[in-house]
Design a protein around this ligand. Sequence first.
Ligand SMILES: Nc1nc2c(ncn2[C@@H]2O[C@H](COP(=O)(O)OP(=O)(O)OP(=O)(O)O)[C@@H](O)[C@H]2O)c(=O)[nH]1
Ligand SMILES: [Mg+2]
Length: 338
Amino acid sequence: MSVQWYPGHMNKARREIEEVMTQVDIVIEVLDARIPDSSQNPMLNTLRGEVPVLRLLNKKDLADKVRLDLWLEHWRDNESILAHPFSTLDKLDVAKISQWVSQMVPHRGSAEKPIRAMIAGIPNVGKSSLMNALLGRRVAKVGDEPAVTKSQQKLKVTNGFQLLDTPGILWPKIENPGASYRLAVTGAVRDTAIDYEDVALVGLKFFIADYRDALIARYKLKELAADPYDVLKVIGSKRGALRSGGKVDMHKAAEVFLNDVRTGAIGPYVMETPEMIALEERLVEEAKAKKEAARLARLAAAVPQRQQASNLAYRNSQVQSADQASVTNQNENLDEKQ
Ligand SMILES: Nc1nc2c(ncn2[C@@H]2O[C@H](COP(=O)(O)OP(=O)(O)OP(=O)(O)O)[C@@H](O)[C@H]2O)c(=O)[nH]1
Ligand SMILES: [Mg+2]
């Protein structure tokens, strides 16, 4: 997975998805069930307009069902969204897709008017795996895949259900630092500028707080330290991530731990709840507003002092003439009354 998202790539992906959106009846949005919010593309809801979406919380085999239910409940009232926990490895789930898309697009579904769907999602969520599973053959390489191309072909899933031949790869929520970390912890985004050890420490902090027992069981810990750094050190020493002198190699320890997290060896988990995301979004907004206020203050301070002095003089002269006008007005009023 080597997609790096720069503004140019994002614009290109956005334009292509916008164009394709006019040719489809439904979007099949693939999410990573372990990060139901951070694996959403920040613009897909805008890009799809009125087009309904089937939201698949993929990799459900790695996810905590109780927390997934919170998300299903959270989206339940939105009529243009149908969400289901999903696994591309589960044949029954794959078989249910035709039924789900028919539910969302009831006015189409015949051979003459087939339902036209496109698969979309951020990198590594399982778009190619889904396409192959739906078509029962290897049409898409699992791994690297180019972005949506202009000459889209339709592939027949059933007589009344067609799929665009290339999935739309979209960028993840990279502007929210919390989301970036969670994307890195689950392995959705690997090529980040974030340090490997830092990613492991964020992951550990989360497991210590939310899945304590699973962590203790996996590493047969007698006690669980509160500081993620100390826990990572214990994991490293237990799993032989050592340097020649016998000291724990923290980078190796981070690799061991993150590999366990990503493959689900510690157990099923979900890193986000609707409540937590609502709070985080509020904090991100507040931080943005604060940054903007600081920027405006800096701009004001950067105006040369001479300019400020003449601004002040101008403002004072305006105030004075306004005062004079008001005095004149009052006098005139008095004159009228007399
Ligand atoms: N555990 C688990 N792994 C899955 C599931 N579906 C897909 N994967 C794995 O997730 C990884 C990414 O799958 P891909 O199908 O290549 O994902 P993609 O969205 O096409 O990725 P890009 O082409 O990079 O955008 C692969 O290692 C798959 O084997 C699932 O239901 N459960
Ligand atoms: Mg792919």
